[in-house]
Design a protein around this ligand. Structure first.
Ligand code: UT7
Length: 326
């Protein structure tokens, strides 16, 4: 019924990154399609970006905040490890809503969308806000040129409303995980044990910066994303040519192109804004959707195939129609 997004004000261009690590615009742009990314400043914490995105989605949907039943925040970078969703719920004034976080890295938004849909389809809830937001700038090793060039901060949100079966915009979905391949992309708890009392040690809290095997993640994405999309389209008797848009997690332009080519989908039908924001993890899909809804590319009734993929490893796909406000 509505969408919204928010990004921090501070921009870092590829050339600026070259002042910090040995890299340049030509390498980053040709290998990833990214030109710049956003990095959060002091007042732009995760809850604030999420709130801004969610508030815009509520406004587009025309909802009274008191009518919202669920605020589901997909993030791997909460301000508070106990959860940031309740903070967003309070700022929105969504007094009747239950709010909690869901962690599935770059697949987070898609996993949260499907989770929320189950509450709506089950009949226990009527209105849900699904937010995808991440602030990976906190956890990137800014001296590791193999990973720091990829990531940025951002948030997006959608407003979902229960409907009758025949009007259900969520046509199909598939979700997958493979923990055996999880070592390719991590944001690990530090392994530091400190003496506590009487020979008992305790583990100190804290996380190491992101560690990534870029080539392995790349191979995973170009293999699994077409695979899951093919399963999804076949299961729903949908031909690739009937899609209006392909909306993939914005990780790398080469991955987007490879997936589109596999289905012979023209590149004009592939939504992409990663040049401006890089990989904002759980934020990419709703951030892109909101941009395309607001500039009129995505119209009510458009059929969209979406896929998210990343750490876990986890990946998923959903086939849906954009409805828009009444
Ligand atoms: O949400 C999922 C998050 N993760 C991803 O999406 C990552 C997926 N993987 C990728 O997007 C790509 O693997 C990267 C963009 C990370 C890397 O591209 P690549 O074509 O796989 O490059 P590579 O790792 O094979 O490196 C090629 C060369 C290496 O130099 P040598 O060994 O050939 O001399 C690297 O040291 O490029 C060098 N290199 C760089 N050079 C300039 C690596 N990073 C940089 C850099 N600037 N930032």
């Amino acid at each position: 019924m509505g969408s919204g997004s928010a990004t921090p004000l501070q921009r870092i261009t590829n050339d600026q990154l070259g002042l910090r690590v040995e890299t340049n615009d030509s390498w980053i742009h040709s290998r990833t399609g990214i030109s710049e990314r956003r990095v959060s400043g002091p007042k732009e914490n995760l809850a604030e970006l999420s709130y801004q995105a969610a508030d815009l989605a509520i406004q587009m949907a025309g909802w009274d905040p008191n009518s919202i039943d669920l605020v589901l925040l997909a993030t791997s970078t909460p301000d508070d490890l106990f959860g940031s969703a309740p903070k967003v719920q309070a700022k929105l004034g969504a007094k009747e809503a239950v709010a909690f976080d869901l962690t599935a890295a770059c697949s987070g938004f898609l996993f949260a969308l499907i989770t929320a849909a189950q509450f709506l389809r089950g009949g226990s809830m009527r209105r849900a806000l699904v937010i995808g937001a991440d602030q990976l700038s906190r956890w990137v090793d800014w001296d590791d040129r193999r990973s720091c060039v990829l990531f940025g901060d951002g948030a997006g949100a959608v407003a979902l409303e229960a409907t009758t079966g025949e009007n259900d915009g969520l046509i199909g979905f598939k979700l997958k995980s493979d923990g055996d391949r999880g070592h390719c992309l991590n944001l690990h708890q530090i392994e530091e044990f400190n003496p506590l009392i009487d020979g008992v040690n305790h583990q100190r809290g804290g996380f190491s910066p992101i560690q990534m095997n870029g080539q392995e993640v790349y191979k995973f994405a170009v293999r699994e994303v077409p695979g899951i999309l093919q399963e999804l389209l076949s299961a729903n008797d949908t031909l690739p040519e009937s899609l209006d848009w392909l909306l993939l997690h914005q990780a790398n332009k080469r991955i987007l192109d490879a997936v589109a080519d596999r289905f012979a989908i023209p590149h004009e039908k592939v939504l992409s804004n990663l040049a401006k924001y890089g990989n904002t993890s759980a934020g990419t899909i709703p951030l892109m959707l909101d941009e395309a809804v607001r500039d009129g590319r995505v119209k009510p009734g458009d059929l969209i195939a979406s896929s998210g993929f990343g750490a876990g490893l986890s990946w998923g796909a959903a086939l849906f129609r954009w409805h828009g406000p009444l």
